[in-house]
Design a protein. Structure first.
Ligand code: ZN
Length: 457
């Protein structure tokens, strides 16, 4: 258990050299620290030391008290400390459409409900208020980073900054116009301005986000590839979500969507392919060979009856699979604990194998795998010396998580988001004893009720 500390000793020595009298910002003591590192250790009776937003040490509690003094001391008895969840696919602002149109298949839901509602309501205010609602929900559920795809990414980025959460905002591309852009050229131009505005920002990065193969034609998709190369940022797209999408692509392009993206040069390690419920064995091999990442959104796939992502087969082939909630309009929440549990249990049923996606692998999919997909695994996704202090404390002293035979198992298979007590991003505390510190929960609730009135009138 001290191996982690020894491995990181050199870096710790280097960092602590710069700390006068070893007085640091924060020390957090938890019953269990689950760092999500190689071999999936669970550290008992350890303390995590944070200074200037970074993890500088993870060491036994007795040693910590002799080594450090801290401005903020947290003694979280009965808690497990894990890396913050990385929600690898969502549409934050759509939280204002939560529950508006349920129990429909994807294309009927989009064509007859979501797109008409967006045509009517999409605005800067809608995106600001919807993003704030989503981010508050995500922080309270232990998410410290989210990968967003929606209109007005500049607004979502601004609200994320205000809240102190880490985000990758998608520079959305559609063939058709919206309140945010007139068409592909305008989407690219506005997206590039957002990219420039947040270049080298500590919390916000950008991705190119062509919505889906059925809403973006070849020319803008080719431009996405060129820009992704030039800017060295991820590409975030819905792909192989439903059988309808496959049939439509065969009809309109004479090829399946993955083949089309391959032809356009988009199948490479920058691609985050969301959903992937319709895959042949050849396409699974192609996904592995090309190094693309798969963002798995099981609850959205289940609710829209889209199909089943073959997580077991993808992982055995070597594909990096991460987890996202999708938007609250198709889930209907942004609860990563719940999504992770659905992913872990559904993967077993789909693979007909109870050993598929075990608890530790599910936790990796919900944390470090998302960081890998976003190209920020050197910054976040696990609790390691030198990484950003993006951390979540979960109180396991609850009826539904007792007795704690195995804390990692309790986190994955039993804990609820109401047990998330404390959240930090880059060392800054965003949730303290279940209370939001950077957002006004009552004001957000009141604002959401006002939107309901407007949308229903
Ligand atoms: Zn989506």
């Amino acid at each position: 258990m001290t191996l982690l500390c020894q491995n990181n000793k050199q870096m710790t020595d280097k960092i602590t050299d710069t700390i006068s009298d070893n007085h640091i910002d924060t020390l957090i003591s938890c019953d269990w620290i689950i760092p999500v590192t190689a071999d999936d250790p669970v550290l008992e009776g350890h303390v995590i030391a944070v200074h200037h937003g970074k993890i500088i040490d993870i060491l036994p509690a007795a040693d910590a008290m002799q080594t450090y003094t801290a401005t903020h001391l947290h003694d979280l008895h009965h808690h497990a400390l894990i890396p913050g969840f990385i929600n690898a696919h969502t549409h934050s602002a759509m939280s204002l459409f939560r529950g508006m149109s349920d129990d429909l298949a994807l294309m009927e839901w989009l064509n007859n409900h979501i797109w008409p509602a967006e045509a009517k309501w999409l605005s800067e205010d809608f995106v600001a208020d919807g993003s704030r609602l989503a981010i508050a929900e995500m922080i309270k559920g232990g998410t410290t980073c989210f990968n967003d795809m929606y209109f007005y990414p500049d607004v979502t980025a601004r609200i994320a900054c205000e809240a102190g959460i880490r985000a990758t905002v998608g520079l959305i591309v559609f063939d058709f116009p919206s309140a945010w852009g007139e068409g592909p050229d305008d989407y690219f131009q506005k997206g590039l301005a957002v990219h420039d505005e947040y270049l080298n920002h500590p919390l916000i990065q950008t991705a190119l986000a062509p919505h889906a193969p059925y809403t973006v034609s070849d020319a803008p998709l080719s431009r996405v590839r060129l820009l992704a190369d030039e800017l060295d940022i991820p590409v975030h797209i819905h792909l192989h979500e439903t059988n309808d999408e496959i049939q439509g692509s065969l009809r309109d392009h004479g090829e399946r969507p993955m083949a089309r993206l391959q032809r356009l040069g988009l199948l490479n390690p920058q691609l985050i392919a969301v959903h992937m419920t319709q895959l042949t064995d050849e396409e699974i091999a192609l996904a592995a060979g090309s190094g693309i990442h798969v963002a798995h959104s099981p609850q959205s796939n289940l609710k829209l009856a889209s199909g089943f992502c073959p997580v077991g087969k993808l992982q055995r082939a070597g594909v990096n699979v991460c987890i996202g909630t999708d938007g609250a309009a198709s889930n209907n929440d942004l609860d990563m604990l719940d999504e992770m549990r659905t992913a872990a249990t559904l993967a077993k049923a789909v693979d007909n194998n109870a050993r598929t996606l075990p608890a530790a692998a599910a936790l990796r999919a919900a944390t470090i795998n998302g960081a890998k997909a976003l190209g920020i695994d050197d910054v976040t996704g696990s609790l390691e010396v030198g990484k950003s202090a993006d951390m979540v404390a979960i109180d396991l002293d609850s009826l539904r998580t007792q007795p704690v035979h195995h804390p990692l198992s309790q986190v994955v298979y039993a804990a609820s988001n109401s047990q998330v007590s404390d959240v930090w991003v880059s060392g800054k505390q965003l949730l303290s004893n279940r209370r939001l510190l950077t957002l006004d929960e009552n004001a957000i609730l009141e604002n959401s009720r006002e939107w309901l009135q407007k949308i229903q009138d």
